[in-house]
Ligand binder design. Structure first.
Ligand SMILES: Nc1ncnc2c1ncn2[C@@H]1O[C@H](COP(=O)(O)OP(=O)(O)OP(=O)(O)O)[C@@H](O)[C@H]1O
Ligand SMILES: [Mg+2]
Length: 1001
């Protein structure tokens, strides 16, 4: 029997599958941070976010645009991004970097590096001998690798997303072109790491687009497969993708829609940029032509003029999509000479004729890879900005033989939206409707190894072996295990790309190294020495092609097995008890029980998901086919054998010995297979069946990267620090600019104020002259020396000026506040006086306020009136140019003190309990006073003289109803009796007879 314990792996399906269309479907599970997506195009990036409570949406940049140029200007002291950088392209072409993603993951000898140099000769590219890559040499001191430039841009995209979301963001899904190989993908991941972004996934931009299309048409997806072709021509490249949509049965969520990438074709350099460059070349020729005979220099040698021409070519190209001709014009193109030339669409199409011929190429490739015919494709949908060129559509329509091309998705934003759905699903902060996404491997990956074999006796030769690890158009993410069965000593194997014959010779050169990694194993021989009595089950290498399409070698293990006899007689009592308990809980015979989560090798194939042949996450075991030793070809162990669960004790063994037994390790006393093992059926016990026990030894791995070495960790850390410093510098610069702007604004505004009547009224001419003089001096200082001034100096200067003007501003401000504050004080005094009068009118038997309380209120009212009258009078005598004695803050303080007193009394009234009425001779109770307190019940109540029945409070109903009334009703004071006695206060406005409610004060 073989005891095998499954290692618990994350459910790939779940992380790939969770998508949503509507906000209602997207339920925020917590207030965790927002997540973002970046569709990182060659020309522009489109950023989208999703945050709890807010639907997924495209981020508007600082210029309120939905697309942001992927452009950075890197000067000695400052950086610009996006639209600001794009506008710097003409002023500072050398420092303004665009299309730099085309250099990612490429070595210096790559044809794309040469192409970049030819397209953008204004940039100086340095050579990094360590990685054989290039970097931008902006100035002698300033150099940046393409990864660093991308990192800055990603950081910028995050700042746009954060500003838009109004909260910090760390998690992102980033799009990459589907044709990005391992080195290119790793370069993007490294850039993101430098920027401190957590990449939830690199998603292929075509997959993201297909996802967006699918989630918005969820209801149209059913069990019948629909094949849709997406044709994406962007700025840098073109990708054609065939996607099959249909519902499938998933393990976790029943029937759900699924998209499967079936075929992909691409052209790495076919796009809007190349068309623009053709147009630029044409315009440059026309300009030179116009200046022939003037001994003028070739415009192509002037980077600024070429940057202007490129911008105009872009505009021209766009206009020609809608018009048959257009006049290109640039003022002062070079040497102050203007340029003007009419270009027709026909001319443009002729210039790009060879490009348009390449339009059908990706379609053919996609069909071939999908093994499909055009008539199986239901619809062809346009994606990407460059598909707006009429000729592109015309050629494509012909190539696909359809009646029309689908324009029913947002050609610019679909990828960003699809990517943000994925981000929402992966972030775990949102609950989204499942949508199964099955991406496909474009470049197959295989394992190669050479071994000495003995063909005839004594004749030894080397045999080269190849095993496909990830096949072309096979699904990913996916894990694979390959088993080497014939090695008992250290050996090497190679991970290489498989057959890339579908790429043309030029594309193959651009592709770069077809060798990925050499794996050198260490410790194979030792593992054999360690288990001399065991039988080797091979060296197993575990590979993972993750959600980002990045390959990794998880681990390599040497696996051994031996037969251990189960001996019921030798079972200890304790073990028997354990087994019985285990069986009681269903342990033993069902395969599930062996999933105990211990860290052991998963060897069996996971069953494919229902509805699909090879579900992502499937693990296949590859073996050395023909050469497999006998035991490898043996039939799999019977299902009941899998029931043996790994005992708890294994963990300790693992730690102690550094190895991983997968079945119970036999004890020295021969108690093997006892603890934790299921009780065998009676007949099995009698037969004393042998169990196989498995030992797993981790093998040391040395990886020699052959395609493009990653940035070493220390360099990565240095780059991250360098970029952080630049960000800090930018922030400091922004702060300095803010300080300079504030100072400038203060000077300007104050100079203006000095002429306004309200300021003139409270200042002498002398005072104004003094301030004005100092403001002028500060202005001169700012102009002359402000440029070199630090943030602190600028702030200090502003503080000085504020201090100088403080008195003047204060006088103006106070005057502005007086009317409103004084009126509020008057109101409060009037209301308080009325309240006091009302309180005094309450009959003694019902009185709830003490004499002291009422006297205190009276005193404070009188003092406040007196203070107000005196201060206002004093202020009236004072010249307006002097510091006022009537201060708004004093008025507020007086109001607060008075208000506090009144509120106290009101509260007391509100919560007072009615007093009980004294009983009359007949034994009936007199009416209960309103608000009388319980403690007063024993007091003798004498009605105040002159009180009539009418003025008495509402009689208390029989049992305590009075207290309820007091609680629920707002207390009213100053009834008819109070009104009749009310006298106007000397300063009180007449006619203010009011019934006060406690919420009015
Ligand atoms: N109306 C139009 N006519 C012609 N071209 C257009 C039009 N609108 C946009 N474009 C072109 O589309 C391209 C940009 O498309 P898109 O935003 O899809 O590219 P990208 O995603 O930045 O690049 P890529 O996907 O190739 O990396 C540019 O070359 C732009 O000039
Ligand atoms: Mg794009």
């Amino acid at each position: 029997m073989v005891a095998t314990v499954r290692r618990q792996r994350p459910r790939r399906l779940a992380c790939w599958a969770l998508m949503t269309v509507l906000l209602a479907d997207l339920l925020a599970l917590s207030d965790t941070l927002a997540v973002m997506s970046v569709d990182l195009g060659s020309e522009s990036m489109k950023v989208a976010i999703v945050k709890p409570g807010v639907p997924m949406e495209i981020v508007l940049n600082k210029e309120s645009r939905r697309k942001t140029p992927v452009t950075v200007t890197l000067k000695e002291n400052e950086r610009f991004f996006g639209d600001s950088a794009a506008s710097m392209a003409i002023k500072n072409p050398k420092a303004t970097l665009r299309y730099f993603q085309h250099l990612l993951g490429k070595q210096e000898n790559n044809p794309h590096v040469a192409l970049y140099k030819a397209r953008f000769p204004e940039h100086e590219l340095g050579f990094d001998p360590q990685r054989q890559t290039v970097y931008f040499q902006i100035s002698p001191q300033l150099q940046f690798s393409p990864e660093e430039v991308l990192s800055m841009l990603l950081n910028y995209s995050r700042s746009l997303a954060e500003d838009f979301a109004e909260q910090p963001i760390k998690d992102a899904v980033i799009t990459v072109p589907a044709f990005f190989n391992q080195a290119e993908r790793r370069a993007v991941l490294q850039a993101a790491r430098m920027a401190g972004l957590k990449v939830l996934q690199l998603i292929n931009d075509n997959t993201a687009t297909a996802l967006s299309y699918g989630v918005f048409r969820r209801k149209d997806i059913n069990s019948t497969a629909q094949n849709i072709m997406f044709y994406d021509m962007g700025s840098g490249s073109t990708v054609c993708t065939i996607v099959t949509y249909q519902t499938v049965k998933t393990k976790d969520a029943g029937m759900q829609p699924q998209l499967q990438i079936r075929g992909v074709g691409f052209d790495r350099t076919l796009g809007g940029l190349e068309m623009e460059l053709r147009l630029r070349e044409h315009l440059a020729g026309l300009f030179n032509e116009q200046r022939r005979g003037q001994r003028a220099k070739d415009v192509r040698e002037n980077p600024r003029a070429m940057a202007k021409l490129l911008r105009e070519a872009n505009r021209l190209k766009t206009v020609l999509s809608a018009n048959a001709d257009h006049v290109a014009q640039i003022e002062g193109l070079m040497d102050d000479v203007d340029f003007k030339a009419k270009v027709t669409r026909a001319e443009f199409e002729e210039l790009c004729a060879d490009l348009f011929e390449r339009v059908p190429g990706p379609v053919q490739q996609a069909l071939q890879s999908a093994e499909m015919k055009l008539d199986e494709i239901e619809q062809v949908i346009l994606v990407g900005g460059a598909t707006r060129v009429p000729k592109v559509q015309e050629v494509l329509l012909k190539a696909v033989g359809k009646e029309e091309l689908g324009k029913n998705i947002n050609a610019d934003e679909a990828a960003a939206m699809g990517a943000v759905y994925q981000a929402a699903a992966l972030s775990k902060a949102f609950k989204v409707k499942p949508f199964v996404v099955r991406d496909a491997v474009i470049y197959p990956i295989l394992v190669e190894f050479t071994r000495e074999v003995e063909e005839e006796t004594g004749v030894r030769s080397l045999k080269h072996n190849k095993r496909i690890l990830f096949s072309r158009m096979g699904p990913y993410p996916q894990r694979k295990v390959i088993t080497f069965n014939r090695y008992s000593h250290d050996f090497n194997f190679h991970i290489n790309y498989g057959d890339l014959g579908f790429l043309g010779p030029e594309d193959l050169r651009v592709f770069g190294s077809q060798n990925l990694t050499t794996v050198k194993l260490k410790g194979v021989g030792e593992s054999f020495k360690k288990y001399p009595d065991y039988e080797s089950k091979g060296i197993k290498a575990h590979f993972n092609l993750d959600e980002s399409g990045v390959l990794s070698l998880d681990r390599v293990e040497s696996v051994f097995e031996t037969l251990v006899e189960d001996s019921p007689e030798e079972e200890s009592t304790l073990t028997k008890l354990g087994n019985t308990i285990s069986s009681l809980f269903g342990g033993g015979s069902t395969p599930d029980t062996k999933e105990n989560g211990t860290d052991t090798v998963q060897e069996e194939e996971e069953g494919p998901a229902e509805g699909s042949k090879d579900e992502p996450g499937e693990q296949a075991e590859l073996k050395e086919e023909a050469e497999a030793p006998a035991e490898d070809t043996s039939s799999p162990p019977p299902p009941e054998a899998k029931g043996a669960s790994a005992p708890e004790g294994e963990k300790a063994t693992e730690k102690d010995g550094g190895n991983k037994p997968e079945a119970q390790k036999p004890s020295e006393k021969g108690e093997a297979g006892s603890e934790g093992a299921p009780p065998a059926p009676e007949e099995e016990k009698k037969q004393k069946p042998a169990r196989k026990q498995r030992m797993v030894e981790e093998i040391g791995v040395e990886l020699v990267v052959l395609d493009l070495p990653d940035l070493p960790e220390d360099q990565l850390a240095r780059s991250a620090q360098k970029l952080q410093d630049l960000t800090l510098r930018d922030l400091q610069k922004q702060e300095r600019e803010k300080a300079a702007n504030s100072l400038e604004a203060f000077i300007f505004e104050t100079q203006d104020k000095l002429y306004q009547p309200e300021y003139q009224e409270v200042s002498t001419e002398e005072q104004r002259e003094d301030i004005s003089g100092k403001l002028s001096a500060a202005s001169t200082w700012l102009e002359d020396e402000g440029f070199g001034a630090t943030t602190a100096m600028l702030k200090e200067k502003l503080a000085e000026l504020r201090k100088l003007c403080h008195g003047l501003f204060f006088r103006v401000e106070e005057r502005k506040k007086w009317p409103e504050r004084l009126s509020a004080l008057d109101n409060l005094l009037n209301h308080s006086s009325m309240f006091l009068k009302g309180a005094r009118l309450i009959p003694e038997m019902d009185q709830i306020f003490t004499e002291v309380e009422m006297t205190t209120l009276e005193k404070i009212i009188n003092e406040t009136w007196a203070w107000k009258n005196t201060t206002v009078a004093e202020q009236a005598k004072l010249p307006a140019t002097e510091k006022p004695v009537l201060l708004s803050k004093d008025i507020e303080a007086k109001m607060a003190a008075l208000d506090r007193e009144v509120q106290y009394l009101l509260n007391k009234a509100k919560f007072a309990k009615p007093r009980p009425r004294p009983r009359d001779k007949n034994g009936t109770r007199a009416e209960a006073p309103l608000n009388a307190s319980a403690s007063d019940q024993s007091e003798k109540v004498i009605p105040p003289p002159g009180q009539t029945e009418d003025t008495k409070p509402i009689p208390e109903p029989e049992k305590e109803a009075g207290s309820e009334a007091a609680d629920s009703e707002p207390l009213e004071l100053g009834g008819p009796a109070a009104e009749s006695e009310q006298k106007e206060h000397p300063e009180q406005p007449t006619g203010q007879k009011q019934t006060l409610k406690n919420d009015e004060l």
